[in-house]
Design a binder for this molecule. Structure first.
Ligand code: MSP
Length: 626
């Protein structure tokens, strides 16, 4: 039997799972289910990455030991995967003995082969990324919690494998996908590749796998984490099992972790004499609107909220349908609702309903038979359409063109709707009941095939459709036309996709979780655009004694703001002064006057407002304050 071994990244156990993590895991699940449907023997691995400084610190701040902390937190992932109907065959935790033992053996083997050496290293270390960063990265200002670190460490001779890796990538176009990512890696490899620091001194980090040949150090988390892909299938533990599954068919990853997977991992494997995985596939990011989803921006979509609102299958469908594999996609509640209502409620749900209702009403709730000879033009076209997509789906799946496969199946669903408009069984029934039955049979059979093809994406609701139209539960790979048997009773059934009009409103009402109200993150603060502004003109706003209208200059730009300071300042006191404004607030109209920005002030003695002013000549209008 052909084998298919698929993996997801192992997620940081500290993270609160969001829709991005759910995406990779659902994608792996859909691929795993397709391959099972096609008759392959599948091994689907996911898990959690549990060592490293962040975990150690998180445990410390909660006054608990790291192991207990991990045990408590890992459940959030396991529970989510259960709720999302993820069919993983294994869940690996890097703190399990079956994993750490393999990491140590791999380290020892590399050490024995002379692939590891000790050296003094001085560099910039980003605690948040858990890695040393380059001078260029440091200068970019994009890295947080950066410390200068000088220490002795163990290194892996990664540089020795640069040429072999380039050759491998060039000779195996399927190795890194999609092509843009492959080019990115080849670009990266045009510069000399350094060696990889694979240890952390215990003085700085204890929560890790101890180096078997030097107890003063623990293993670098990425080395440890990557090894999960082989430890989980029995490397150095169970040769038969390892040979059965390795090399993996596809490591699914997000584009954020391309270098570790496409450079560190293959060179580690080469050094250890282990074959490389067939494909590393890097998908894009789910953005919230235009921004990357991140906890610090407070804009994460929590999968469980969405599931509670609409059910598991529509979430799975939307994520798979709306991301072109490899590219970024933008999540908005509005797009979700549109997709749901048009594809699932209208096209698919209504169709299933109409067919079941009609058969219940006119054919005693049993699958009607075929009429021979019938007018075959429309029948043939529908059958051909169904057979065509049945042929295409396996190919599209193997090429990772999942959204196209789904779109093709939805095309078949729409074709069934068209077919019913063409044949009009509700008219046929009046003159020729058998002819109407023939049409219903065709519609139901095409729907059965579409539902079966969509089963890996929406396992629960496609099962409901199957029952509704009286299709038997048959063998896995049963896409052949004509399997629906006339005379079979239809199951009871609800509309599997009621329309959804409440999601947008509901999702907007929720405050982000775990953010105490009085705390902002660095990223929150970064969003505020504070500027020095010079007051060019000031006058009272007619009809109120509270508001002043200020014409301000931000250097290159002039604008108006309306401020409630008229009881504290006379207009003429203000002209020519430099104040501080929040420049990126949404414009509003106050008493018919446009106000673009707000000014900074403090409440002084006796409730008097005092403006924050600037008198340093080095701070002209327009300067950004941070
Ligand atoms: N622990 C490492 C991976 C080690 S694998 C040997 C790690 N973990 S993570 O928790 O940060 O998960 C990263 C993965 O989650 C990404 O590679 C991607 O698959 C998924 N996603 C996280 N945020 C995402 C989006 N906003 N959009 C899509 N997927 C993203 O890195």
């Amino acid at each position: 039997m052909p084998k298919f071994y698929v993996t997801t990244p192992i997620y940081y156990v500290n993270d609160l799972p969001h829709i991005g993590h759910a995406y990779t895991t659902i994608l792996a699940d859909v691929l795993a289910r397709y391959h099972r449907t096609l008759g392959d023997e599948v091994h689907f691995l996911t898990g959690t990455d549990e060592h490293g400084l962040k975990v150690q610190q998180a445990a410390q701040s909660r006054n608990t030991d790291p192991r207990a902390h991990c045990d408590e937190y890992v459940v959030r992932f396991q529970e989510l995967w259960r709720r999302l109907h993820i069919s993983n065959d294994d869940f690996i935790r890097t703190t399990e003995k079956r994993h750490t033992a393999v990491v140590q053996r791999l380290l020892q083997a590399l050490h024995d082969k002379g692939e590891l050496y000790q050296d003094e290293y001085e560099g910039w270390y980003s605690v948040s990324e858990e890695r040393f960063i380059t001078k260029k990265e440091l200068d970019s200002g994009e890295f947080r919690q950066v410390e200068k670190v000088k220490e002795r460490n163990w290194f892996f001779r990664m540089s020795a494998y640069q040429e072999r890796l380039i050759e491998h990538i060039q000779e195996h176009p399927e190795f890194i996908q999609p092509e843009t990512r492959r080019n990115e890696v080849l670009g990266f490899l045009r510069k000399p590749l350094g060696d990889l620091c694979i240890s952390r001194p215990k003085s700085r980090l204890t929560w890790g796998v101890e180096l078997p040949f030097d107890p003063d150090y623990v293993n670098y988390v990425w080395f440890d984490a990557l090894t999960n892909y082989v430890s989980a299938v029995g490397y150095t533990e169970d040769d038969k099992r390892f040979k059965d599954w390795w090399p993996a068919d596809v490591h699914l990853i997000g584009k954020d972790i391309l270098t570790t997977h496409a450079v560190y991992w293959p060179t580690m494997l080469m050094a250890a004499g282990i074959p490389l995985p067939r494909t590393i596939f890097a998908h894009g990011w789910w953005l919230m609107g235009e921004e990357k989803m991140s906890k610090s921006l407070g804009n994460v979509v929590r999968p469980l909220d969405l599931i509670d609102l609409v059910g598991v299958d529509p979430v799975r469908y939307y994520l798979m349908r709306d991301m072109v594999l490899g590219q970024d996609a933008s999540f908005t509640p509005e797009a979700f609702e549109r997709r749901y209502n048009s594809d699932l409620a209208n096209d698919l749900g209504n169709l299933a309903n109409r067919i079941a209702k009609f058969i219940r009403r006119h054919f005693e709730a049993r699958v009607p038979g075929l009429k021979q000879p019938a007018d075959t033009t429309f029948d043939e076209a529908l059958k051909t359409g169904a057979e065509e997509i049945v042929r295409q789906v396996p190919q599209l799946i193997s090429e990772m063109r999942l959204h196209e496969a789904i779109e093709g199946i939805m095309e078949l669903v729409r074709q069934v709707n068209t077919y019913l408009e063409q044949t009009q069984p509700w008219h046929q029934i009046k003159a020729d009941k058998d002819l109407a039955g023939n049409s219903l049979y065709h519609a139901a059979e095409a729907l059965r095939i579409a539902a079966q093809l969509l089963h890996p994406v929406m396992p629960n609701r496609m099962e409901a459709i199957r029952r509704m139209i009286g299709a038997e539960k048959v063998s896995l790979n049963d896409f052949a036309w004509g399997r629906l048997r006339p005379g079979t009773p239809l199951g009871e059934g609800e509309i599997p996709f009621p329309r959804l009009d409440t999601l947008t409103a509901a999702s907007q009402a929720e405050p982000p979780e775990e953010q105490p109200e009085n705390v902002v993150t660095f990223d929150d603060f970064q969003k505020v655009d504070l500027r020095v502004a010079e007051v060019m003109a000031a006058e009272r706003v007619a009809g109120t004694d509270k508001l002043l209208k200020l014409g301000i200059s931000l250097g290159e730009e002039e604008r108006q703001i309306v401020a409630g300071i008229a009881q504290h300042y006379e207009p003429e006191q203000l002209t020519g002064r430099r104040i501080v404004v929040v420049a990126n607030l949404q414009p509003v109209k106050i008493r018919g006057e446009e106000s673009r920005g707000m000014l900074l002030a403090a409440e002084g003695k006796d409730g008097k407002l005092v403006l924050a002013t600037v008198d340093d000549p080095e701070m002209p209008a327009g300067l950004r304050i941070g």
